[in-house]
Design a protein around this ligand. Structure first.
Ligand code: NAD
Length: 243
């Protein structure tokens, strides 16, 4: 069986890592010995979080800007070495009926949630392919497989992330590159605030999503759905196809 190694020593880049699921994941992977780089559009918070947790690299990154993303990855590789894992986590979730959604909000959701993930994946592939190794993890959502009213554009963006990631997995099969998606349930973060979950569900904690991501890195998982049923967290896992 393929050896996925350990998390210790891996260079992990996390977009949108200043808070929420990204920050919890950075913290969990750092505790397991990874070298952590977080990039976020929120300059103040990313600096505060990075300094407070002692991450190896932290700074401003706009996932919708090619130059900004490339420069961030260049800086990480100069300081820490080749990126082993890129976690495309940055995302936004404005709510409301699409008919009332201003065009610039519609575009912004797609720009960050879809273009940002595609751009990050492209830049990572260009670096990882010559090395024959690397792992891109795209944070989708259970909204990528369901149809939550009031979130039409967000749902569409997450469906897109799943389709994109599944396609890359097929395209790069046998190259040493991995492409995975994570589908969190409603999670207790700023983004998740104000959304109510059905009665049987409780919101997940960001640390529970981080735990699923940590397991994904070291096992042959291709897709992880993190759900809570009657208060119990469960990880439903899809496995990598045989190479
Ligand atoms: P959050 O709002 O707490 O954090 C998102 C981070 O992304 C913020 O720090 C923000 O500044 C950053 N960001 C926004 N635009 C950016 C850009 N252009 N470039 C770089 N960084 C940018 O949200 P979260 O709940 O931690 O969400 C993280 C991911 O998990 C998102 O992709 C979200 O869609 C997904 N998700 C969240 C939930 C939930 O209920 N919280 C559920 C399923 C999936």
């Amino acid at each position: 069986m393929t050896d996925f190694g350990t998390i210790a020593g891996k260079v992990v880049v996390i977009t949108g890592g200043a808070r929420g699921i990204g920050l919890a994941t950075a913290t969990a992977l750092q505790a397991l010995g990874a070298k952590i780089a977080i990039g976020d559009i929120d300059e103040t918070t990313v600096k505060e979080s990075g300094a407070a947790r002692g991450f190896d690299v932290y700074g401003t990154l706009d996932v919708t800007d090619h130059q900004s993303f490339e420069a961030f990855l260049d800086d990480v590789e100069r300081r820490l070495g080749p990126v082993d894992v890129l976690i495309n986590n940055a995302g936004i979730m404005p709510t409301g009926r699409v008919v009332d959604e201003p065009d610039q909000i519609t575009r912004r959701i797609l720009d960050i949630n879809v273009y940002g993930v595609i751009l990050g994946s492209k830049l990572a592939i260009a670096r990882m392919l010559p090395r024959g190794r690397g792992h891109v993890i795209n944070i989708a959502s259970l909204a990528g497989e369901t149809h939550i009213p009031g979130l039409a554009t967000y749902n569409a963006s997450k469906h897109a992330v799943l389709g994109f990631t599944d396609t890359l997995r097929e395209e790069y099969r046998g190259t040493g590159l991995r492409f995975s998606s994570v589908l969190p349930t409603l999670t207790r973060t700023e983004l998740g605030t104000g959304i109510t979950a059905p009665k049987v569900l409780r919101p997940a904690e960001p640390e529970e999503i981080a735990d699923a991501i940590a397991k994904l890195i070291v096992t042959p998982r291709s897709k992880v759905r993190v759900t809570t049923v009657a208060g119990v967290i469960s990880q439903v896992v899809g496995f990598l196809p045989e190479a």
